[in-house]
Design a binder for this molecule. Sequence first.
Ligand SMILES: [Cu+2]
Length: 186
Amino acid sequence: MHPANVASAAWVFAAAPSKAPFYAVGAALVAWAVLVAAFGVSHPEFPRSAGGARLVMLTTALLVAGTVTAAVLTAGGAGPKAQAAPPGAQPASGTLTLTADPAGALSYDARNASLKAGADAIRFVNRSPIAHNVTIAQGSRIVAATKTIVGTTTTLATKLAPGQYVFYCSVDAHRQGGMHGTLTVR
Ligand SMILES: [Cu+2]
C-alpha cells in the first residue's frame, strides 16, 4: 500500500472505530482490484492458467463478500436511530400490540391486524379508566385472551396457527359497542 493510503487508513480507524472493519475490507478490495487490473494490462496473457484464474476469482469473491458483510454489520451497529421504530408501527416480529382508546371510547387502535404464525405475543395497552381485554377467537371458539386490565399494560404469550381470527373485548357489551377487529395469522 502507498504510504499516503496507509496514513488515511489509520486516520479512518481513529476517526470512526465502528466503521473501521468496513473501510478496512473495502480498501483491501479496491487495492486488490487495482492490482489485478494493473497486472492484467502489463501481462496480456494473464491469468496464465485455469487454476490462476480461479484463484483470482476466488480472492475477488471473498473480498466482495467480506466488504458486504462488514457493510451490513457496520450498518446494524449504527447509532440509536437504528433501533427506534416509528410510534404505532407494528414490529416485524410475532408481537401484536393493541391499544384501547385512552379516552374511554369502546375501540382499539386497529381494526385489522396480522401476525406471523408460531410463538406470538399479544401486548395490550389500556390507559383508559375502563376495564378491557383482548380476546382472540376463531368463530365462537376462544383461542387466547389477555387479562382484563385498567390503566396498565399486559402481555400474553400465545401460539397461533395460520388462519383468520377475530379479536374483541369480552367485557360487558364492549364488543357490540365497537371493540373488535380481524386478525390474520400467516
Ligand atoms: Cu372492553
